[in-house]
Write a protein that binds this ligand. Structure first.
Ligand code: ADP
Ligand code: MG
Length: 250
């Protein structure tokens, strides 16, 4: 579904991504792991149109999407989750979800902000959709909470919910589990699995928790120093000597 060919992203002389090549198969939940500073987030940012590459190519369904801006990728169903901007913290969780289609379509933050006042009159359908999404994620009970007041794990679920507001096809998740307790991490894992099985979402997931990766992801891609070191089934990857070495440092 997605291929990355010989991708480079340099910052000055530093090669954060240094000739990475990989593929994400349609229908997979692909894991991306690697030590801190391996270039995982930079790779995601290049794929998702947040950072231009220094060189290399990204294709989706055979079409060149290298360097396309986020809203153009959104129209193809490619999304990277992003944190709830603090400007939206005073809005409810449901309202945050209702904003997503406009935001993702490339409307300015200011326009989206003004839209807040028009939501009620305008968009019954959006509200119904938001409520469906919250129910799917088992967080209907926080629909009317202000986004600033929910827990870190609940925020992660809402981030996932945002991808459902626009029926994404392929979703990039960066450290879903960071700072999230075990119970919520399981809820997030279940939601990812159900989105994959029931809605046909393809995922590429960066996460440090090996338990989470092992339970959810196949294949797993390992990055170190800007390059792809290994790719394979999670059990094989975790016994791979080059991978163990990369984690222990040499
Ligand atoms: P990971 O997500 O695997 O931990 P990152 O992609 O965030 O790694 O970072 C890879 C390397 O690139 C790090 O050494 C980081 O300091 C560097 N880096 C990331 N973004 C920038 C930037 N905007 N300017 C300079 N260096 C950066
Ligand atoms: Mg990172």
């Amino acid at each position: 579904m997605l291929t990355v060919e010989n991708l480079h992203r340099h910052f000055g002389a530093f090669r954060a991504v240094n000739g990475a090549s990989l593929t994400v198969e349609r229908g997979s939940i692909t894991g991306l792991i690697g030590p801190n500073g391996a270039g995982k987030s930079t790779l995601f940012n290049v794929i998702a149109g947040r950072l231009p590459p220094t060189s290399g190519r990204v294709t989706m369904d055979g079409q060149d999407i290298t360097g396309l801006p986020p809203h153009a990728l959104f129209h193809r169903g490619l999304l990277r989750t992003f944190q709830i901007a603090h400007e939206f913290g005073s809005m409810t969780v449901r309202e945050n979800l209702m904003m997503v289609p406009a935001q993702q379509a490339g409307e300015s933050l200011l326009n989206t902000w003004f839209r807040r006042g028009r939501i009620r009159a305008e968009e019954k359908a959006l509200r119904r959709k938001a409520d469906e999404v919250l129910e799917f994620l088992t967080i209907s009970h926080i629909a009317d909470e202000k986004a600033a007041n929910i827990s870190g794990g609940q925020k992660k679920l809402v981030e996932l919910g945002r991808t459902m507001m626009v029926d994404a096809k392929i979703v990039f998740l960066d450290e879903v589990g960071a700072g999230v307790n075990r119970t919520l991490l399981n809820t997030i894992g279940d939601a990812i699995m159900r989105l994959n099985r029931e809605r046909g979402y393809t995922f590429c997931v960066i996460e440090h928790d090996m338990d989470f990766i092992g339970r959810l992801c196949d294949p797993v891609i390992v990055m170190a120093q800007g390059e792809v070191l290994a790719q394979g089934r999670p059990d094989a990857i975790m016994q791979d000597e080059a991978v163990i070495e990369a984690y222990l440092g040499t």
